[in-house]
Design a protein around this ligand. Structure first.
Ligand code: NI
Length: 178
């Protein structure tokens, strides 16, 4: 379909709570998902949320077999997740590095639930109900945060571990914008 412009931090559209999708399996929803996939692929992202391309709907996509921007990350199943809901499974929290296509050039350490259950629907209205942990759980939490107007820098606690990718991870230089 089309590679869309990705909104950057500072754009007020990234700070909204996204509207739930009311109708599944529509041409509009399929078109949105095709645009998200094309845009994520072009940016070599691990995930992308509809608000990042200026669409005020609770839709995220994520997943990859391998990712140049996160070379140490294990595979995450390619997923379309609509109207998601996340619950923490246990109190455990872990910290790890994150970047965001809406915050190009930067990385920060973000605390996230280690283990979660996430539920929602695919683009056809089929239910999704999974347990995830580690990087998979982190990606889901990061993407779903976009649907409540939250960007990862808002969750950084230790700003000594927040900075420019080219300085923190020179080996990743040239692997896209962030
Ligand atoms: Ni992001």
């Amino acid at each position: 379909m089309a590679v869309r412009d990705i909104l950057k931090m500072g754009d007020p559209r990234l700070l909204q709570v996204a509207q739930p999708v009311a109708q599944f399996d529509t041409p509009e929803l399929h078109s949105l998902i095709a645009d998200l996939e094309d845009t994520m692929l072009a940016a070599d992202g691990a995930g992308l949320a509809a608000p990042q391309i200026g669409v005020d709907l609770a839709v995220v996509i994520f997943g990859f077999d391998s990712n140049e921007r996160y070379p140490d990350a294990p595979p995450v199943p390619r997923t379309v997740l609509v109207n998601p809901h996340i619950e923490a499974l246990g109190p455990e929290i872990e910290e790890d590095w994150e970047g965001c296509l809406s915050v190009p050039g930067l990385r920060g350490v973000v605390p996230r639930w280690t283990r979660i259950r996430y539920r929602g629907f695919d683009q056809f209205g089929g239910p999704i109900d999974r347990v995830a942990e580690g990087f998979h759980a982190r990606v889901v939490q990061h993407e779903c945060d976009h649907l409540i107007g939250t960007l990862y820098p808002m969750r950084v606690r230790d700003f000594t571990r927040f900075g420019y990718t080219e300085v923190l991870f020179p080996e990743l230089a040239g692997q896209g914008d962030d």
